[in-house]
Structures are given as C-alpha cells and as structure tokens.
Design a protein around this ligand. Sequence first.
Ligand code: MV4
Length: 477
Amino acid sequence: MVVEREFKKILIANRGEIASRIIRTCKEMGIISVAIYSEVDKNAHHVRKADKSYLVGPGPLEGYLNYHRIVDLAKEIGADAIHPGYGFLSENPDFAKYCEEMGIVFIGPSSDNIALLGNKIASRELAKKVGLPLLPGSDEPIQDTEDALKLANDIGYPVIIKAAFGGGGRGMRVCWDEKELKKYINICISESKKAFGKADIFLEKYLQEPHHIEFQILGDHYGNVIHLGERDCSIQRRHQKLVEIAPSLILDSKLRQEIGDAAVKLAKAVNYTNAGTVEFLVDSKGNFYFMEMNTRIQVEHPVTEVVTGIDIVREQIRIAEGKPLSYTQEEIDLRGYAIEVRICAEDPKNNFMPDFGRITSYNSPGGIGIRLDGAVYQGYTIPPYYDSMIVKLIVYGRTWEETVSRLGRALDEYVIRGIKTTIPFYKKIVNDPDFRNGIFDTEFINKKPYLLEYQDYVDPMDYVITIAAAIAIREGV
Ligand code: MV4
C-alpha cells in the first residue's frame, strides 16, 4: 500500500552542481531544501542556495559518505526524504535500506532493486529472462581461466571482460585473442576485488564502434512505467562521457519505440520505481543490445528534460511522495535537439589532468537555447578533493544544425579564467566536420587526436611580465 503525501523538507546528500540542481526544483515545489557540506565546501554554491545547511565532517569526503549520520540528521531536523543525487551514496543499497528502516523516504528505487541492478551479471540474467537482446556472453561469473577460454572460444574474439560490480569502465578489458584473455583474466579478477570488494567478472562478445544509447525511464508505485526517449552518449574518453545528445541521430521513431519498449519491459519486470536509465549498445545496422541499468538520476539528464519539457527531479520527488506519474507514454513527445558538454577543471593537453584553484574571472553564455547547470562563480576556489566537473552547458535548438551552431556560439561566449578547462577542447569538437554531420561513435575521441591541437588562452599580463623582464635584462637593471 502506498500513501500519497507532500514532502515539506528534503535533505540533499550530495554537493556540486547536482545538489544545486535538486535545490532548484525543491524551491519550485515549495519544499524546504537542506544541504550538507564539508569544511572545504563551506563557500560552495549548494550551501549558499539551500534554505538550510549542516556541516558534516570530519574530512572532505567522509561527511558525504557517512549514511548513518546523514539519515540520523534527516530524522533530527524533521526531513521527510533524502535525495542522493548521483555518485556518493546514490547506488548504495545499504543506504537506501537504512532510510527505509528509519522511516525517511529515499528518493530513488527500492534498496532491493538497487542491489539487483547493481550486479551486472544478475541484470544480464534478468534481461535475458524478459527477452531483451543481449550480446553473447556469460550467464554466470567466470570461475577461472579455463572457464573463460572455453566460453570465449564459443562466442568468438574479440571479447570483453567486465566486472559484475564495476562502473566507470573500471575492471573492463578488451581481449583480441586467447593470449590476451589468458593474460587479463586474473588481473581483472584481482582489480575487481580491490576496486569493488567483489571479484565477480563475466565475458561478452566485444562490439566494435558501437553507439552508447541510453533510455530514461520513470516508474511510479502503481505499476506505471514510461520512457522519455534516449540520449546518445557515444562521445567519451576513457569511459568519461564528454558530450551527450538527445535525441540520437541514429534512431528513427520505429527503432526508438522498439528500444524504449524494451527498456520499459525490463523496468516493469522488477516493479521499478522512480527514475532510471537503461543502457544499450547500438550498431550501425540498428541492432541493439542491453548493457546495464543505472538506478540513479544521471549527470546527462538535462538533455532529456530539454527535449521533453519534463523536470525529472520533480517527477522523482512526486513518485517518492506516492503520486502517480504526471504523464502517460502518449503524452511524451520529443522536440528539437539538445547537446550537453561537461565542462571540467582539467587540462586536456596534459592528459586531462585536473586543474584546481581560484576562478579569477567568470562570464557565462546566455540567450536563446542555453541552459547552465553549475555550481561555480567568480572568486570561487575549486577544492581538489572532488570531481573536476564544474558546470554543464546544455544548448537546444529546433534542428541538429542549429543546435551545433548554438553550442559553438555559447562556447565562444564562455569565459572562465584562473584555471584550465575543457572549453577549448569542446570548441574543436564542435568544429569537427564529422560531428557537425552527426557522425560519431564510441571511438570518436580516440580517432581524432588533432582535437588537442588548439592555442591555450594567454593572459595579456603574461606578455607584459615577459617583455618587462626582457627590458630589465637588456638595460641591466
Ligand atoms: C561494451 C562495449 C562493446 N562490447 N560491451 C562501456 C561502459 C559500459 N557501461 C559499457 N561499455 C561498453 N561495453 C561489449 N560487449 C563497448 C562499451 C563502450 C566502450 C568501450 C570502449 C571504449 C569506449 C566505450 C564507450 C562506451 C561503451
């Protein structure tokens, strides 16, 4: 039995742009937003914008990860629910379970679903049972090298080794022949154990140059599940997404409906509630294969919001309040195109090394078709302890061409000084003829090393200093 209610106060167990994003929807819904923060985050954007905030220590990370303390705090301050954002505790089934036990609503799926779908072998098995297309691969964890070699022989090379509890591409290895598989199997097992605490790995046939296409779904507590179309997240570097697009240029409405129906079917099979993302690989012929399901709001959710006009965080909160979905599948239509670029405090020319420090100058783009989801401002000092993503630029337009041009214009307007950012790298992507023609797959960045060939901004003051030094030397001062 689900009881409908209205939340008065939500605690946000996160920081950075996603915390600020959730605060915005809370304000629009008339809900009191409560932030938590670490000592180094006392000047953070989310702390300034929330209605109330609480210091959680001791270090920069512990406070955001100590879920007993967070749930206890939520109880103490009379919060109705906790929004976990992405990362941190968002996919920790023990956290969701502790919320459930303590009578605090976890804004997300059930702890059982988080646990089930967090295991990629279990979710592969579920997808198989439901009849979703899968790449050939293991039905159970790989026991040993012999087991792996036998399976790889059956499915044919290349194969990919994956960690059942992996994420972010860690614990993944492509093997082109028996020799490589022999070499990597034990490495992957020990890496998985070290990184995720669980050694389970599995094998799949490796699909070359696929598109990474993911469907946004929403499920309520009355058995309704809908999808909000897809995002093409093929442009990645070392499993970090860089550019996300909605809708995909390689799907027609028939294929969209087919894959969307598959995503909904999977979610319905587990009585999934709240927001989720079903990930697929799609080849150039339109064949699609289930990969995994993510049980959180994702970084790239804004492109879906822009083309559907739906506030996904609002839907998450309404679902958690026990309300039915605000829309039926028939009411969802996609309008135009949206592109998101993740702007990071990194130096692309130096292997995308994080570059933290003070933002000395900040001027953001504006005008038609621009959305910014960020948590930085002029004078803010980016601490070195967290993710380097500082702001997401989302642009939208009626056609692909218009949207790409607008992205170029917005990046040209963007001024961030004091730190190196990925903005000049994105300018190169926008001007790439293949990108402009909508031609890209998961190998796009690897195939185009020239994207790193750009002139870094030089502060005019640096010239003044250099010239002054030259004069001083010449004059013998
Ligand atoms: C694959 C694959 C090809 N074949 N699985 C990467 C993240 C994870 N969620 C799924 N991923 C992939 N799984 C099979 N069987 C390709 C990817 C993949 C990828 C691989 C190498 C380099 C970049 C990539 C970008 C997206 C997906």
